[in-house]
Design a protein around this ligand. Structure first.
Ligand code: AMP
Length: 232
């Protein structure tokens, strides 16, 4: 694992439409740099499964491929960011998704003297996203992501990472919902590319390549960004 000085903790953001590979790449960066992946989608799915008030409010919205309210998502993210492991530095995957969320994140980080080190935009073509999303599934045991065409386990039906044999497919990973999710991305989230460009922290990456090639590019950016951080 590369050495990372994380005082104050590093904050990285992965931007990109559904299917761009944010989750896959965030997990690879987590393994390589010891950072913590924070996925608001995962946190919301856990809230739905646990039947919390936030989960009850979010469920139908998520199934329709629309965005959950800023209020709910910001509250979930704030609580998670306050947990001790986030002192290792975080990679935000799927948050922020609106300008209101981006401003709330800036305010939250300011409270603890943190700031955003990099917002990395994964650039992809919409047309390819439906195939990427409809073929994906994950290990029920460890959460490792797999894909029918692009990333199959070495032994069919067995997770390479943990040996698990149970897999899940997300309820919203279907062609109909993908169209709404892509529309939500273009209308509400894509403006954040300019938001972070204006703040001098934007990096754009061609994410139509293979998973390992993209991981190499992202790793280079993260290494540089972390190397440039001023000591606390
Ligand atoms: P994801 O796992 O990031 O693809 O998110 C799955 C779904 O959770 C999205 O389609 C939204 O309904 C909801 N969601 C996740 N993150 C956010 C967010 N930051 N703001 C609003 N809704 C979100």
């Amino acid at each position: 694992m590369d050495a990372v000085a994380t005082t104050p903790p590093a904050v990285l953001i992965l931007l990109g439409p559904p299917g761009a590979g944010k989750g896959t790449q965030a997990r690879m960066l987590e393994d390589r740099f010891g950072l913590v992946q924070l996925s608001t989608g995962d946190l919301l799915r856990a809230a739905v499964a646990a039947g919390t008030e936030a989960g009850k409010a979010a469920r139908a919205v998520m199934e329709a491929g629309e965005l959950v309210s800023d209020e709910i998502v910001i509250a979930i993210l704030r609580d998670r960011l306050a947990e001790a492991d986030c002192a290792r530095g975080v990679i935000l995957d799927g948050f922020p998704r609106t300008t209101v969320q981006a401003e709330a994140l800036d305010a939250l980080l300011a409270e603890t003297g943190q700031r955003i080190d990099a917002a990395i935009s994964l650039e992809v073509e919409d047309a390819a996203m439906v195939e990427r999303i409809s073929g994906r599934y994950s290990c029920a045991g460890c959460g490792e992501g797999w894909h029918d065409s692009f990333k199959r386990p070495a032994t069919e039906g067995v997770c390479d990472k943990c040996g698990g044999t149970e897999f899940d497919r997300r309820a919203d990973d279907n062609a109909e919902t993908v169209a709404s999710r892509l529309a939500a991305y273009h209308e509400r989230t894509a403006p954040l590319i300019a938001y972070y460009r204006d703040r001098g922290v934007l990096h754009s990456v061609d994410a139509m390549d293979g998973i390992d090639a993209i991981a190499g590019t992202l790793g280079g950016i993260v290494n540089t960004v972390i190397g440039q951080r001023a000591p606390a």
